[in-house]
Design a protein around this ligand. Structure first.
Ligand code: UDX
Length: 455
Protein backbone atom coordinates (compact mmCIF):
# COMPACT_ATOMS: atom_id res chain seq x y z
CA UNK A 1 0.00 0.00 0.00
CA UNK A 2 1.37 3.38 -0.97
CA UNK A 3 1.72 5.69 2.01
CA UNK A 4 0.23 9.16 1.64
CA UNK A 5 2.34 11.98 2.96
CA UNK A 6 1.02 12.57 6.47
CA UNK A 7 1.04 16.33 5.87
CA UNK A 8 -1.81 15.84 3.37
CA UNK A 9 -4.07 14.04 5.85
CA UNK A 10 -4.81 14.52 9.54
CA UNK A 11 -2.64 12.47 11.91
CA UNK A 12 -4.70 9.69 13.52
CA UNK A 13 -4.17 8.80 17.21
CA UNK A 14 -5.75 5.81 18.83
CA UNK A 15 -6.16 6.37 22.58
CA UNK A 16 -6.54 3.14 24.55
CA UNK A 17 -7.95 3.61 28.08
CA UNK A 18 -8.10 1.19 31.01
CA UNK A 19 -11.73 0.51 31.94
CA UNK A 20 -12.15 2.66 35.09
CA UNK A 21 -13.39 6.24 35.56
CA UNK A 22 -10.05 7.36 36.97
CA UNK A 23 -8.37 6.32 33.70
CA UNK A 24 -11.05 7.03 31.11
CA UNK A 25 -11.69 10.58 32.36
CA UNK A 26 -8.16 11.98 31.93
CA UNK A 27 -7.60 10.12 28.64
CA UNK A 28 -10.79 11.62 27.23
CA UNK A 29 -9.56 15.06 28.21
CA UNK A 30 -6.23 14.34 26.54
CA UNK A 31 -8.16 13.25 23.43
CA UNK A 32 -9.91 16.64 23.34
CA UNK A 33 -6.57 18.43 23.59
CA UNK A 34 -5.20 16.40 20.65
CA UNK A 35 -8.32 17.12 18.65
CA UNK A 36 -7.82 20.86 19.14
CA UNK A 37 -4.30 20.49 17.81
CA UNK A 38 -5.64 19.01 14.57
CA UNK A 39 -5.31 15.31 15.35
CA UNK A 40 -8.02 12.79 14.49
CA UNK A 41 -8.77 10.69 17.60
CA UNK A 42 -10.25 7.22 18.01
CA UNK A 43 -10.97 6.46 21.66
CA UNK A 44 -10.87 2.81 22.65
CA UNK A 45 -11.96 0.99 25.78
CA UNK A 46 -13.58 -2.35 26.61
CA UNK A 47 -16.98 -3.38 25.26
CA UNK A 48 -18.41 -3.36 28.79
CA UNK A 49 -17.10 0.14 29.58
CA UNK A 50 -18.07 1.53 26.19
CA UNK A 51 -21.65 0.74 27.18
CA UNK A 52 -21.20 2.85 30.30
CA UNK A 53 -19.46 5.70 28.46
CA UNK A 54 -21.98 5.45 25.59
CA UNK A 55 -20.66 8.42 23.67
CA UNK A 56 -17.52 10.49 23.44
CA UNK A 57 -17.46 14.14 22.37
CA UNK A 58 -17.66 14.22 18.53
CA UNK A 59 -15.75 14.11 16.26
CA UNK A 60 -13.81 11.70 18.52
CA UNK A 61 -15.04 8.20 17.68
CA UNK A 62 -15.51 5.37 20.16
CA UNK A 63 -14.32 1.83 19.39
CA UNK A 64 -13.88 -1.26 21.51
CA UNK A 65 -11.65 -4.17 22.38
CA UNK A 66 -12.62 -7.10 24.59
CA UNK A 67 -11.37 -7.89 28.10
CA UNK A 68 -13.00 -11.31 27.85
CA UNK A 69 -15.87 -10.22 30.11
CA UNK A 70 -18.07 -8.22 27.75
CA UNK A 71 -21.31 -8.61 29.71
CA UNK A 72 -20.20 -7.74 33.24
CA UNK A 73 -16.63 -6.43 33.06
CA UNK A 74 -14.26 -6.88 36.00
CA UNK A 75 -16.87 -8.43 38.31
CA UNK A 76 -17.10 -11.43 35.98
CA UNK A 77 -13.62 -12.61 36.95
CA UNK A 78 -12.92 -14.68 40.05
CA UNK A 79 -9.85 -12.57 40.92
CA UNK A 80 -7.79 -9.64 39.71
CA UNK A 81 -5.23 -12.15 38.47
CA UNK A 82 -7.81 -13.95 36.36
CA UNK A 83 -9.12 -10.64 34.98
CA UNK A 84 -5.69 -9.33 34.05
CA UNK A 85 -4.52 -12.55 32.44
CA UNK A 86 -7.69 -12.91 30.39
CA UNK A 87 -7.54 -9.24 29.44
CA UNK A 88 -3.94 -9.59 28.26
CA UNK A 89 -4.85 -12.61 26.13
CA UNK A 90 -8.18 -11.43 24.62
CA UNK A 91 -7.23 -7.73 24.70
CA UNK A 92 -4.05 -8.32 22.67
CA UNK A 93 -5.97 -10.24 20.02
CA UNK A 94 -8.85 -7.79 19.69
CA UNK A 95 -6.51 -4.80 19.80
CA UNK A 96 -4.44 -6.32 16.98
CA UNK A 97 -7.67 -6.86 14.99
CA UNK A 98 -8.58 -3.20 15.48
CA UNK A 99 -5.18 -1.98 14.29
CA UNK A 100 -5.35 -4.36 11.36
CA UNK A 101 -8.82 -3.02 10.40
CA UNK A 102 -7.59 0.57 10.48
CA UNK A 103 -4.49 -0.36 8.52
CA UNK A 104 -6.56 -1.54 5.55
CA UNK A 105 -7.25 1.94 4.28
CA UNK A 106 -4.63 4.64 3.95
CA UNK A 107 -6.95 7.37 5.23
CA UNK A 108 -7.80 5.32 8.28
CA UNK A 109 -4.27 4.22 9.17
CA UNK A 110 -3.26 4.81 12.81
CA UNK A 111 -0.17 7.00 13.19
CA UNK A 112 0.19 6.74 16.94
CA UNK A 113 -1.16 4.57 19.75
CA UNK A 114 -1.42 6.23 23.16
CA UNK A 115 -1.92 3.36 25.58
CA UNK A 116 -2.67 3.38 29.30
CA UNK A 117 0.52 2.12 30.95
CA UNK A 118 -1.60 -0.48 32.79
CA UNK A 119 -1.54 -2.35 29.42
CA UNK A 120 2.13 -3.11 28.71
CA UNK A 121 0.92 -5.70 26.16
CA UNK A 122 -0.61 -2.92 24.03
CA UNK A 123 2.90 -1.57 23.41
CA UNK A 124 4.01 -4.98 22.12
CA UNK A 125 0.99 -5.16 19.78
CA UNK A 126 1.54 -1.61 18.45
CA UNK A 127 5.23 -2.35 17.87
CA UNK A 128 4.30 -5.43 15.83
CA UNK A 129 2.35 -3.08 13.55
CA UNK A 130 5.30 -0.63 13.55
CA UNK A 131 3.12 2.15 14.93
CA UNK A 132 4.57 4.98 17.01
CA UNK A 133 3.57 4.31 20.62
CA UNK A 134 3.18 6.54 23.65
CA UNK A 135 2.69 5.22 27.17
CA UNK A 136 0.29 7.35 29.21
CA UNK A 137 0.92 7.33 32.97
CA UNK A 138 -2.34 8.02 34.85
CA UNK A 139 -0.69 8.21 38.28
CA UNK A 140 1.67 10.82 39.65
CA UNK A 141 5.43 10.83 39.22
CA UNK A 142 6.34 9.93 42.80
CA UNK A 143 4.13 6.85 42.53
CA UNK A 144 5.51 5.99 39.09
CA UNK A 145 9.02 6.43 40.37
CA UNK A 146 8.41 4.07 43.32
CA UNK A 147 7.01 1.38 41.01
CA UNK A 148 9.79 1.92 38.46
CA UNK A 149 12.52 1.48 41.07
CA UNK A 150 10.78 -1.57 42.51
CA UNK A 151 10.58 -3.05 39.02
CA UNK A 152 14.33 -2.41 38.71
CA UNK A 153 14.88 -4.40 41.92
CA UNK A 154 15.73 -1.34 44.08
CA UNK A 155 12.90 -1.97 46.56
CA UNK A 156 12.52 -5.48 47.87
CA UNK A 157 9.17 -6.92 48.95
CA UNK A 158 8.14 -7.86 51.56
CA UNK A 159 9.58 -4.56 52.80
CA UNK A 160 12.43 -4.85 55.27
CA UNK A 161 13.33 -1.20 55.87
CA UNK A 162 11.53 1.35 58.11
CA UNK A 163 12.52 4.26 55.89
CA UNK A 164 12.68 4.19 52.12
CA UNK A 165 15.21 6.28 50.18
CA UNK A 166 14.88 6.37 46.42
CA UNK A 167 16.56 8.75 43.94
CA UNK A 168 14.94 12.24 43.80
CA UNK A 169 12.12 11.30 46.22
CA UNK A 170 11.59 12.57 49.78
CA UNK A 171 12.24 9.99 52.52
CA UNK A 172 9.19 7.74 52.75
CA UNK A 173 7.78 5.58 55.54
CA UNK A 174 6.33 2.20 54.53
CA UNK A 175 2.80 3.55 55.07
CA UNK A 176 3.49 6.32 52.50
CA UNK A 177 4.09 3.78 49.73
CA UNK A 178 1.27 2.54 47.49
CA UNK A 179 -0.65 0.08 49.65
CA UNK A 180 0.19 -2.91 47.46
CA UNK A 181 3.69 -2.98 49.01
CA UNK A 182 2.12 -3.53 52.43
CA UNK A 183 -0.58 -5.97 51.35
CA UNK A 184 1.82 -7.99 49.20
CA UNK A 185 1.65 -11.10 51.34
CA UNK A 186 -2.17 -11.12 51.33
CA UNK A 187 -2.61 -10.11 47.67
CA UNK A 188 0.63 -11.06 45.93
CA UNK A 189 -0.74 -10.38 42.46
CA UNK A 190 -1.52 -6.64 42.65
CA UNK A 191 2.01 -5.32 43.08
CA UNK A 192 3.48 -7.25 40.12
CA UNK A 193 0.56 -5.96 38.01
CA UNK A 194 1.52 -2.35 38.80
CA UNK A 195 5.25 -2.99 38.37
CA UNK A 196 4.64 -4.60 35.01
CA UNK A 197 3.80 -1.14 33.59
CA UNK A 198 7.53 -0.53 33.51
CA UNK A 199 8.68 -3.92 32.22
CA UNK A 200 8.85 -2.85 28.55
CA UNK A 201 8.27 0.93 28.74
CA UNK A 202 11.79 1.65 27.45
CA UNK A 203 10.51 0.51 24.04
CA UNK A 204 7.84 3.24 23.93
CA UNK A 205 8.57 6.15 21.58
CA UNK A 206 7.01 8.62 24.03
CA UNK A 207 6.11 8.53 27.70
CA UNK A 208 3.44 11.03 28.72
CA UNK A 209 2.25 11.74 32.25
CA UNK A 210 -0.90 13.45 33.52
CA UNK A 211 0.93 15.91 35.73
CA UNK A 212 2.62 19.28 35.43
CA UNK A 213 6.36 19.76 35.44
CA UNK A 214 6.28 22.25 38.33
CA UNK A 215 4.86 19.66 40.73
CA UNK A 216 7.59 17.10 40.20
CA UNK A 217 10.59 18.96 38.73
CA UNK A 218 13.40 16.85 40.21
CA UNK A 219 11.73 13.52 39.54
CA UNK A 220 10.91 14.53 35.98
CA UNK A 221 14.44 15.77 35.28
CA UNK A 222 15.76 12.45 36.64
CA UNK A 223 13.45 10.45 34.37
CA UNK A 224 14.30 12.53 31.32
CA UNK A 225 17.81 11.14 31.58
CA UNK A 226 16.42 7.60 31.40
CA UNK A 227 13.59 8.32 28.94
CA UNK A 228 14.54 11.25 26.65
CA UNK A 229 10.98 11.37 25.26
CA UNK A 230 9.29 11.68 28.66
CA UNK A 231 6.90 14.65 28.92
CA UNK A 232 4.41 16.06 31.45
CA UNK A 233 1.24 17.04 29.62
CA UNK A 234 -1.29 17.60 32.40
CA UNK A 235 -3.42 18.35 34.15
CA UNK A 236 -5.87 16.74 31.73
CA UNK A 237 -8.90 18.64 32.97
CA UNK A 238 -11.58 20.44 30.89
CA UNK A 239 -10.44 23.86 29.76
CA UNK A 240 -13.46 25.57 31.37
CA UNK A 241 -12.05 24.80 34.85
CA UNK A 242 -8.47 25.76 34.02
CA UNK A 243 -7.30 28.16 31.34
CA UNK A 244 -10.84 28.97 30.02
CA UNK A 245 -9.57 29.07 26.43
CA UNK A 246 -12.56 26.92 25.50
CA UNK A 247 -15.49 28.13 27.56
CA UNK A 248 -17.82 25.42 26.35
CA UNK A 249 -15.43 22.69 27.47
CA UNK A 250 -16.93 21.53 30.78
CA UNK A 251 -17.65 17.95 29.85
CA UNK A 252 -15.91 15.38 32.00
CA UNK A 253 -17.06 12.48 29.85
CA UNK A 254 -18.45 9.56 31.79
CA UNK A 255 -19.20 11.54 34.92
CA UNK A 256 -21.41 14.17 33.30
CA UNK A 257 -25.00 14.28 34.60
CA UNK A 258 -28.11 15.57 32.91
CA UNK A 259 -29.27 17.75 35.77
CA UNK A 260 -27.18 18.61 38.74
CA UNK A 261 -29.25 18.83 41.90
CA UNK A 262 -26.10 19.34 43.99
CA UNK A 263 -25.33 22.62 42.27
CA UNK A 264 -28.86 23.87 42.95
CA UNK A 265 -28.44 22.86 46.61
CA UNK A 266 -25.01 24.55 46.82
CA UNK A 267 -26.32 27.77 45.25
CA UNK A 268 -28.11 28.63 48.53
CA UNK A 269 -25.07 28.20 50.72
CA UNK A 270 -22.63 30.92 51.81
CA UNK A 271 -19.08 31.09 50.43
CA UNK A 272 -16.64 28.50 51.85
CA UNK A 273 -19.32 26.96 54.08
CA UNK A 274 -19.71 23.40 52.73
CA UNK A 275 -17.56 20.32 53.36
CA UNK A 276 -17.51 18.17 50.18
CA UNK A 277 -16.92 14.46 50.85
CA UNK A 278 -16.21 11.95 48.08
CA UNK A 279 -14.06 8.87 47.69
CA UNK A 280 -13.97 8.41 43.92
CA UNK A 281 -15.35 5.57 41.86
CA UNK A 282 -13.82 2.49 43.50
CA UNK A 283 -13.10 2.94 47.24
CA UNK A 284 -15.35 0.89 49.45
CA UNK A 285 -15.08 1.66 53.16
CA UNK A 286 -16.21 -0.75 55.89
CA UNK A 287 -19.49 -0.02 57.66
CA UNK A 288 -17.61 1.15 60.78
CA UNK A 289 -15.72 3.83 58.81
CA UNK A 290 -18.89 4.99 57.05
CA UNK A 291 -20.62 5.32 60.43
CA UNK A 292 -17.80 7.43 61.85
CA UNK A 293 -17.93 9.76 58.83
CA UNK A 294 -21.74 9.95 58.99
CA UNK A 295 -21.75 10.80 62.70
CA UNK A 296 -19.00 13.38 62.24
CA UNK A 297 -20.89 15.15 59.46
CA UNK A 298 -24.15 15.08 61.40
CA UNK A 299 -22.59 16.42 64.59
CA UNK A 300 -20.23 19.04 63.16
CA UNK A 301 -21.52 22.55 62.62
CA UNK A 302 -20.86 22.82 58.86
CA UNK A 303 -22.92 22.04 55.79
CA UNK A 304 -21.89 18.92 53.91
CA UNK A 305 -22.32 17.37 50.48
CA UNK A 306 -21.43 13.65 50.51
CA UNK A 307 -21.15 11.31 47.50
CA UNK A 308 -22.11 7.77 48.56
CA UNK A 309 -22.21 5.55 45.50
CA UNK A 310 -25.21 3.23 45.12
CA UNK A 311 -23.03 0.21 45.92
CA UNK A 312 -22.04 1.84 49.24
CA UNK A 313 -25.45 3.06 50.42
CA UNK A 314 -26.11 -0.05 52.51
CA UNK A 315 -23.17 0.98 54.74
CA UNK A 316 -24.81 4.25 55.79
CA UNK A 317 -26.19 4.19 59.35
CA UNK A 318 -29.88 3.25 59.49
CA UNK A 319 -32.15 6.29 59.25
CA UNK A 320 -29.37 8.67 58.10
CA UNK A 321 -31.28 11.48 56.33
CA UNK A 322 -30.14 12.02 52.77
CA UNK A 323 -31.35 15.57 52.26
CA UNK A 324 -31.74 18.17 54.97
CA UNK A 325 -30.98 21.87 55.19
CA UNK A 326 -27.55 20.94 56.55
CA UNK A 327 -26.51 18.01 54.42
CA UNK A 328 -27.07 16.31 51.09
CA UNK A 329 -26.07 12.73 50.23
CA UNK A 330 -25.95 11.98 46.50
CA UNK A 331 -24.90 8.88 44.55
CA UNK A 332 -22.79 10.87 42.04
CA UNK A 333 -22.11 14.50 41.14
CA UNK A 334 -20.18 16.51 38.59
CA UNK A 335 -17.16 16.74 40.84
CA UNK A 336 -15.42 19.53 38.97
CA UNK A 337 -18.51 21.72 39.04
CA UNK A 338 -18.85 21.05 42.76
CA UNK A 339 -15.20 21.84 43.48
CA UNK A 340 -15.49 25.01 41.39
CA UNK A 341 -18.50 26.20 43.41
CA UNK A 342 -17.67 29.02 45.80
CA UNK A 343 -19.73 27.43 48.60
CA UNK A 344 -17.16 24.61 48.94
CA UNK A 345 -14.74 25.20 51.84
CA UNK A 346 -12.87 21.90 51.88
CA UNK A 347 -12.77 18.45 50.29
CA UNK A 348 -12.60 15.21 52.30
CA UNK A 349 -11.02 12.92 49.71
CA UNK A 350 -9.55 9.44 49.23
CA UNK A 351 -6.75 11.13 47.20
CA UNK A 352 -7.24 9.33 43.87
CA UNK A 353 -4.89 11.08 41.44
CA UNK A 354 -7.71 12.70 39.45
CA UNK A 355 -9.42 14.04 42.58
CA UNK A 356 -6.04 15.31 43.77
CA UNK A 357 -5.35 17.17 40.53
CA UNK A 358 -8.91 18.49 40.36
CA UNK A 359 -8.90 19.93 43.90
CA UNK A 360 -5.47 21.45 43.30
CA UNK A 361 -6.63 23.02 40.03
CA UNK A 362 -9.63 24.53 41.76
CA UNK A 363 -7.74 25.73 44.82
CA UNK A 364 -9.73 23.71 47.39
CA UNK A 365 -7.89 22.52 50.55
CA UNK A 366 -8.23 18.86 51.49
CA UNK A 367 -8.59 16.36 54.29
CA UNK A 368 -7.14 13.03 53.21
CA UNK A 369 -8.59 9.63 54.06
CA UNK A 370 -6.69 7.39 51.63
CA UNK A 371 -8.20 4.00 50.93
CA UNK A 372 -5.73 1.96 48.85
CA UNK A 373 -3.32 1.91 45.91
CA UNK A 374 -1.50 5.21 45.16
CA UNK A 375 -3.76 7.17 47.52
CA UNK A 376 -1.57 6.99 50.64
CA UNK A 377 1.37 8.38 48.65
CA UNK A 378 -0.80 11.17 47.23
CA UNK A 379 -2.03 11.97 50.76
CA UNK A 380 1.55 12.26 52.02
CA UNK A 381 2.47 14.58 49.13
CA UNK A 382 -0.64 16.71 49.62
CA UNK A 383 0.28 17.33 53.25
CA UNK A 384 4.07 17.43 53.26
CA UNK A 385 5.17 18.48 49.78
CA UNK A 386 2.36 20.45 48.12
CA UNK A 387 1.08 21.65 51.54
CA UNK A 388 -2.54 22.00 50.49
CA UNK A 389 -4.15 19.50 52.82
CA UNK A 390 -3.96 17.48 56.02
CA UNK A 391 -4.18 13.75 56.61
CA UNK A 392 -6.92 12.59 58.98
CA UNK A 393 -5.30 10.26 61.54
CA UNK A 394 -6.25 6.56 61.53
CA UNK A 395 -6.57 4.66 64.83
CA UNK A 396 -5.01 1.23 65.40
CA UNK A 397 -7.96 -0.42 63.57
CA UNK A 398 -7.23 1.81 60.55
CA UNK A 399 -10.42 3.78 61.06
CA UNK A 400 -10.65 7.59 61.14
CA UNK A 401 -12.85 8.33 64.18
CA UNK A 402 -15.51 11.03 64.16
CA UNK A 403 -13.70 13.27 66.69
CA UNK A 404 -10.48 13.13 64.68
CA UNK A 405 -12.30 14.06 61.49
CA UNK A 406 -14.23 16.85 63.24
CA UNK A 407 -10.91 18.25 64.43
CA UNK A 408 -9.56 18.27 60.85
CA UNK A 409 -12.72 19.96 59.54
CA UNK A 410 -12.46 22.66 62.21
CA UNK A 411 -8.78 23.19 61.38
CA UNK A 412 -9.62 23.98 57.77
CA UNK A 413 -13.07 25.57 58.02
CA UNK A 414 -12.52 27.69 61.15
CA UNK A 415 -8.80 28.29 61.69
CA UNK A 416 -5.97 30.15 59.99
CA UNK A 417 -4.60 26.79 58.80
CA UNK A 418 -7.47 26.64 56.30
CA UNK A 419 -6.46 29.95 54.71
CA UNK A 420 -2.83 28.90 54.54
CA UNK A 421 -3.72 25.62 52.76
CA UNK A 422 -6.13 27.41 50.44
CA UNK A 423 -3.45 29.93 49.49
CA UNK A 424 -1.02 27.09 48.75
CA UNK A 425 -3.64 25.26 46.69
CA UNK A 426 -4.29 28.46 44.74
CA UNK A 427 -0.60 28.82 43.98
CA UNK A 428 -0.69 25.33 42.45
CA UNK A 429 -3.78 26.33 40.51
CA UNK A 430 -1.89 29.30 39.04
CA UNK A 431 0.95 27.00 37.94
CA UNK A 432 -1.49 24.47 36.45
CA UNK A 433 -3.24 27.18 34.41
CA UNK A 434 0.14 28.47 33.21
CA UNK A 435 1.22 24.94 32.19
CA UNK A 436 -1.76 24.27 29.92
CA UNK A 437 -2.04 27.76 28.43
CA UNK A 438 -0.50 28.46 25.06
CA UNK A 439 3.28 28.55 25.59
CA UNK A 440 3.08 26.74 28.94
CA UNK A 441 5.19 23.65 29.66
CA UNK A 442 2.41 21.06 29.15
CA UNK A 443 1.08 22.79 26.05
CA UNK A 444 4.56 22.95 24.51
CA UNK A 445 5.02 19.23 25.20
CA UNK A 446 1.72 18.42 23.50
CA UNK A 447 2.76 20.43 20.43
CA UNK A 448 6.14 18.72 20.34
CA UNK A 449 4.40 15.32 20.53
CA UNK A 450 1.80 16.14 17.86
CA UNK A 451 4.34 17.74 15.51
CA UNK A 452 6.47 14.62 15.69
CA UNK A 453 3.90 12.83 13.49
CA UNK A 454 4.43 15.29 10.68
CA UNK A 455 8.13 14.55 10.19
C1 UDX B 1 -8.62 5.15 40.43
C2 UDX B 1 -7.76 4.85 41.67
O1 UDX B 1 -8.56 4.40 42.75
C3 UDX B 1 -6.94 6.04 42.03
O2 UDX B 1 -6.20 5.79 43.20
C4 UDX B 1 -6.00 6.34 40.88
O3 UDX B 1 -5.18 7.43 41.21
C5 UDX B 1 -6.82 6.62 39.63
O4 UDX B 1 -7.71 5.54 39.37
P1 UDX B 1 -10.73 6.61 41.52
O5 UDX B 1 -10.63 5.90 42.81
O6 UDX B 1 -12.00 6.54 40.82
O7 UDX B 1 -9.51 6.22 40.53
O8 UDX B 1 -10.38 8.13 41.93
P2 UDX B 1 -9.98 9.42 41.09
O9 UDX B 1 -8.65 9.26 40.48
O10 UDX B 1 -10.13 10.55 42.02
O11 UDX B 1 -11.04 9.50 39.90
C6 UDX B 1 -12.42 9.67 40.12
C7 UDX B 1 -12.99 10.50 39.01
O12 UDX B 1 -14.41 10.44 39.10
C8 UDX B 1 -12.60 11.97 39.14
O13 UDX B 1 -12.35 12.48 37.85
C9 UDX B 1 -13.84 12.64 39.72
O14 UDX B 1 -14.05 13.96 39.29
C10 UDX B 1 -14.94 11.76 39.19
N1 UDX B 1 -16.10 11.77 40.10
C11 UDX B 1 -16.06 11.12 41.30
C12 UDX B 1 -17.21 12.47 39.71
O15 UDX B 1 -17.24 13.10 38.64
N2 UDX B 1 -18.28 12.47 40.52
C13 UDX B 1 -18.30 11.84 41.71
O16 UDX B 1 -19.36 11.89 42.37
C14 UDX B 1 -17.17 11.13 42.12
Amino acid sequence: MEKKNIATRRAHCLVLAYPAYGHINPMLQLSKVLLREGVRVTFVTTIFYANIVQKVPPPITLETISDGFDEVGYTGAASHKEYTEKFCEVGSLTFAELLEKHGRSEDDRVDCVIYDSFFPWALDVAKRFEIVSAAYLTQNMTVNSIYYHAQMGKLQVPLKQDEISLPTLPKLQPQDLPTFFLTYEKQPFLLPFLLDQFSNINKADWILCNTLYDMDKEIVDGFKEIWPKFRCIGPNIPSFFLDEQYEDDQDYGVTELKRDECIEWLDDKPKDSVVYVSFGSIASFEKEQMEEIACCLKECSHYFLWVVRKSEEANLPKGFEKKTEKGFVVTWCSQLKVLAHEAIGCFVTHCGWNSTLETLCLGVPTIAIPFWSDQSTNAKLMEDVWKMGIRAPFDEKKVVRREALKHCIREIMENEKGNELKNNANQWRTLAVKAVKSGGSSHKSILEFVNSFFH
